[in-house]
Design a protein around this ligand. Structure first.
Ligand code: GRF
Length: 200
């Protein structure tokens, strides 16, 4: 499985994926390229430190379709067959989804369908839920919406701030993302409508 990782910022999920590929936790895989739409993304330096090829493809001043075409072209050049969104802050249009059918995954810091979109941890705190968490899911045309591969729950403590809650969720994100990619690499996953079924 040749992975392409799309980022926009810090890249801690990206780093967790790279390390798991390196250590063999995600088997039969390699990270072929890391692409950021944001030239300032801290994750770019991290990826380079791992010796992974990086590219900046800025979305500024060009149409969404053109931006996505550029990314698809670079992914195809490297024969990427699976795309991981890891803090990639742009919605993908139908054309991109169709270029990698059921082959794009995302991680979101809430138990979807609760709190999609930006600042999910803040939304959870403000709503007053007692349990939140993270979700790894396939990507479809709607925001934070596609079939769910796995979820991890995190308790909300009374003295939590957005930061402390985000940190505890992030720890779960890293291992959840790795576990989901391992299931995919081991060909354990079948998608049945909205449901993701584990094969034995
Ligand atoms: C994570 O919380 C992820 O769930 C969300 O954006 C954040 C990215 O963090 N989609 P990082 O760049 O992986 O450190």
């Amino acid at each position: 499985m040749r992975l392409g990782i799309l980022i926009s910022g810090r890249g801690s999920n990206m780093a967790a994926i790279i390390e798991a590929v390196r250590s063999g936790k995600i088997p039969k895989s390699e990270v072929s390229i890391v692409i950021s739409n944001n030239p300032q993304a801290k994750g770019l330096e991290k990826a380079r430190a791992y010796g992974i090829e990086t590219l900046v493809i800025s979305h500024k001043g060009i149409k969404r379709e053109e931006h996505e075409e550029r990314i698809i072209t670079e992914l195809r050049k490297r024969k990427v067959d699976f795309v991981c969104l890891a803090g990639y802050m742009r919605l993908l249009s139908e054309g991109f989804i169709k270029a990698f059918p059921n082959r794009i995954v995302n991680i979101h810091p809430s138990l979807l369908p609760a709190f999609p979109g930006l600042n999910a941890q803040k939304q959870a705190l403000e709503y007053g839920v007692k349990i939140t968490g993270c979700t790894v899911h396939f990507v479809d045309e709607q925001l934070d919406h596609g079939p769910i591969i796995l979820q991890r729950s995190v308790e909300v403590k009374e003295d939590d701030t957005e930061q402390t809650l985000s940190e505890r969720i992030l720890q779960q994100e890293h291992s959840a993302y790795v576990e989901a990619l391992k299931l995919i690499a081991d060909d354990r996953i079948r998608i049945c409508g909205r449901r993701v079924i584990l094969k034995n």
